[in-house]
Design a protein around this ligand. Sequence first.
Ligand code: HEC
Ligand code: HEC
Ligand code: HEC
Ligand code: HEC
Ligand code: HEC
Length: 200
Amino acid sequence: MGMAAVSAMLGIGLAFAHARSGGAWAVGRPAPQPIPFSHAVHAGGLGLDCRFCHAQVEHAAAAGMPTAETCLGCHARVWSVTAQLAPLTTALAQGTPVVWSSAHRLPDHVRFHHGAHLHAGIGCQTCHGAVEAMPQTVRAQTLSMGWCLDCHRQAATHEAAGRAETPPLPDGARIGLAAQTTMHEGISIPALTRCSTCHR
Ligand code: HEC
Ligand code: HEC
Ligand code: HEC
Ligand code: HEC
Ligand code: HEC
């Protein structure tokens, strides 16, 4: 990306950051859902592992959402026919996914990858808070650019919490971005803070 484009983007970014200051990040506000699903009941009370429902979270960009079959595996027996669970049987009959709303969706120009963060030893709660205690799922952090960058700057200087406990990568195929820098006009820029790492 050329310098003109970068400074134009920064200009917009600053205006944007200003407009958004003051609690406008939807932290703590639940999204309306087709079924009153509760993490407190399922992940907290029943103790189900996050990966039971968000199966791709360790390997893919997106965490993945449970299918109607996953829910009905229990709810065909527990609580079989109720109005609250009707969207599950509809989804199963029509072969369509249940349409959950998101309290976390980032703008389209931002790239995020769950697997990369979990391999770096960062737990769900660092970014999502105590989900297992939430009766309604809410955003615990702003997910603003500044929030992402705070951690990326730390990680780039190898001071990120938990770095010491980083598990080895499964096949050595991924080269840790945290350790990489590039030279640009005599200045060393950590890969994790480059615009193109997060923006497409
Ligand atoms: C029984 C299945 C199930 C389990 C177990 C489960 N989840 Fe979920 N999760 C869901 C469903 C269904 C939704 C969509 C409804 C909602 O947002 O509450 C969801 C939504 C989410 C969201 C919000 C997604 C968005 O787009 O806003 C996060 C974050 C999340 N789960 C994290 C977790 C974490 C962390 C754990 C483990 C502590 C966990 N989940 C365990 C089923 C599950
Ligand atoms: C480094 C921060 C971070 C960590 C760690 C993290 N998440 Fe997320 N999560 C996010 C962000 C940011 C989004 C929004 C992604 C987007 O819109 O592209 C998200 C979105 C989600 C969603 C919505 C579906 C999706 O992938 O878009 C679910 C479900 C979810 N996370 C579950 C989890 C679970 C379960 C864990 C732990 C196993 C976890 N997350 C760990 C930051 C994180
Ligand atoms: C491991 C079994 C199991 C799975 C999988 C499961 N549930 Fe449940 N669910 C339960 C149990 C047990 C209860 C609490 C008992 C009751 O109230 O009947 C419950 C309660 C509920 C309730 C009532 C919530 C409340 O606040 O009391 C809803 C709604 C629900 N589940 C939806 C879902 C959805 C949607 C999914 C899939 C994303 C799902 N469940 C997956 C076992 C399960
Ligand atoms: C708590 C710390 C932390 C937070 C918060 C965080 N990251 Fe990261 N992120 C990391 C670390 C550490 C890595 C490097 C992993 C590695 O070295 O491979 C990384 C890597 C990445 C990568 C490169 C993934 C790849 O394919 O290798 C992208 C893209 C990224 N983060 C985007 C984001 C975005 C966007 C946000 C905010 C919504 C965010 N991150 C929030 C710590 C964090
Ligand atoms: C660590 C990840 C990360 C890096 C690196 C990063 N950004 Fe961002 N940026 C984000 C996230 C996340 C958002 C979206 C915040 C929101 O609105 O939800 C964002 C939003 C923006 C916006 C606002 C766009 C809008 O929605 O109107 C601009 C402009 C921007 N970034 C420019 C830059 C520039 C220029 C750089 C390099 C100097 C950069 N970003 C580096 C994560 C990053």
